[in-house]
Write a protein that binds this ligand. Sequence first.
Ligand code: HEM
Ligand code: HEM
Length: 126
Amino acid sequence: MRNIDSKLILVGIIYFLLAMIQGQFMAITADYRYFPMHAHMGLVGGVLMILYGLIYRAYPETQQDALVKFHFWLANIGSPIFFAGIGISITGGTRNVGHAGSIIVIVALMIFALLFFRTHRSSHYR
Ligand code: HEM
Ligand code: HEM
């Protein structure tokens, strides 16, 4: 996948922006109910995506792995489902959406770990 590092950094910046804008709303309205959605959008959406991007950048050989696309899409599909699901559960709705999204986020992380360690081991430590 071309430029996966900068794509992930861009996605992270967008989530940071969304989290910060939502943070402003919480502060202005003094309605803090949605802070878990805000916290995870900033940390899992912003910090984790930018971290993924930086790691792909720091270890460019990882970008050649066949699992890259799979990791990118799982992270990008799971995250919005996770954040929306937290919002839905706070409003009193089902908790299944957030749960489903968070499982996709976990699978994405596991794929990333597999991809990272297999490419890193084969290129750096031999
Ligand atoms: C303009 C930017 C931001 C504003 C105005 C803002 C505002 C807020 C507000 C009003 C709360 C609720 C406080 C409470 O109920 O105790 C909160 C909580 C939180 N925010 Fe932000 N936030 C911003 C950016 C961020 C970013 C970028 C992150 C993550 C990288 C973040 C992470 C958190 C976390 C983890 C909590 C929960 C803290 C706790 O457990 O009490 N915030 N924020
Ligand atoms: C599959 C991934 C994850 C799941 C299912 C999950 C779930 C949860 C739950 C259920 C809470 C308690 C919410 C509440 O008090 O109402 C929580 C809180 C928190 N989590 Fe996560 N989390 C995940 C990933 C992460 C990651 C990767 C980070 C940091 C990088 C993080 C940072 C926090 C913080 C700072 C809090 C306290 C603020 C808050 O309650 O929202 N979480 N998480």
